[in-house]
Design a protein around this ligand. Sequence first.
Ligand code: ZN
Length: 280
Amino acid sequence: MEWFKKTKSGLVSQEKKNIPEGLWTKCQSCGEIVYTKKMEDLFWVCPSCNYHFRYTSKQYMALLLDDAKLDEFDTNVHSVDPLKFKDSKKYSDRIKAANEKSGGTEGLITGLASMGQVPISFSIMDFAFIGGSMGSVVGEKIARSIERAIDKGIPLIIVSCSGGARMQEGILSLMQMAKTSALLSVLAEKKLPYISVLTNPTTAGVMASYASLGDVIIAEPKALLGFAGPRVIQQTIGQELPEGFQSSEFFMDKGFLDKIVHRAELRDTIISLLKYMWKR
Ligand SMILES: [Zn+2]
């Protein structure tokens, strides 16, 4: 006995063809197909598996900051190419292309803002700019962001999203790890709070410096966190890596994180922390 019968041939494929592009989004983690409008309402978090799609720096600012407003600083700091570095492309050409792609943010947007009326010195990494990599300019802008928090006596928030140090600047990019870490110790001496927010991915030189030095460190679920890539580690130590290695959940389990926070609760969580940790 037949339960269903196709009465008109080609009807299903015809319908599929009529769906406008971008109306549906396929989850990169579980394959679920979700109505794009619904994904926007859900802060781009998969309703089926909780996978957090990558958010842009602008989307994070709209999500986190009061009135989505940032008084931006240090927009006139630009990268140079001191080593005249060239791999498959000239570094100077990469900078130019990244500037055009990102709108000239140089890997980090920084400024003054408020969250729940608490004034903050705010920085957010821009993954669109050479993988959010940390070169001299990102390091300098982070440093200035910390100094602004110190000068004004206000909390510091850094939202990280980075593949690590920018290899095209060699040792100059690695020096930024020491520079930012040293300044964070001054911030700590002043007893000003620093909340570090880790998004997918936060790795290498950034993870090994300011991203892991927060008074409170929070991460989005299932974010890739770590220093070297898993294959490099596996080859170096010659051992199988545990399941879930380098995820937020693994880091939480091992005591590296204070809290894993769903994107929808990120703003409220940070505000309640700020109000607890800082008094005018
Ligand atoms: Zn999913």
